[in-house]
Ligand binder design. Sequence first.
Ligand SMILES: Nc1nc2c(ncn2[C@@H]2O[C@H](COP(=O)(O)OP(=O)(O)OP(=O)(O)O)[C@@H](O)[C@H]2O)c(=O)[nH]1
Ligand SMILES: [Mg+2]
Length: 164
Amino acid sequence: MVAFTGRSNVGKSSLINNLVGRKKLARTSSTPGRTQVINFFKVEDKWIFVDLPGYGFAKVAKQEKARWGPMVEELLTEDRRLKLVVMIIDARREPTAIDLVMKEWLDECGVPHLVVATKADKLSSRQLQKSVIPIQDAFSCRVIPYSAATGMGKQELWQVFKRI
Ligand SMILES: Nc1nc2c(ncn2[C@@H]2O[C@H](COP(=O)(O)OP(=O)(O)OP(=O)(O)O)[C@@H](O)[C@H]2O)c(=O)[nH]1
Ligand SMILES: [Mg+2]
């Protein structure tokens, strides 16, 4: 089982769709807060991809958050099927405080994770190279550039999954 987390509207659902090669498996939207429940997708009978609601979006009703917050936490810390968390951030931006807190929390809980910088197609290759450096510095780990529009990073991510 692989879970995908990141800020609201960063492109989690789009990344899952791109990885799986299906346009409408996970619902996407240009409005933040689209995914408001935990969605489980069975992939090739071997994997379960978990599309998590995005964090950092104030407009999602408090009640909703209170409902799934503990569920997300339980899934990330106690579900023994979970093998990896993919943390997704926007390639064009430096990670925000909440991203860093999330990463720290995953480190502390000992949850295996990696960082993916998506929407890479919105940058030129030069810009992308420049923008990945501060992201890697902030997280102190390697960052995989990704684009759900072009499929950049797809193979690399699948290779990681196949090793776990
Ligand atoms: N150009 C480009 N646009 C993208 C990419 N990934 C996502 N988007 C766009 O970004 C918007 C948000 O994408 P979603 O996949 O719904 O984002 P999400 O993280 O699942 O959002 P929530 O479920 O609301 O937390 C949509 O308009 C997507 O089309 C990408 O790699 N490149
Ligand atoms: Mg979503």
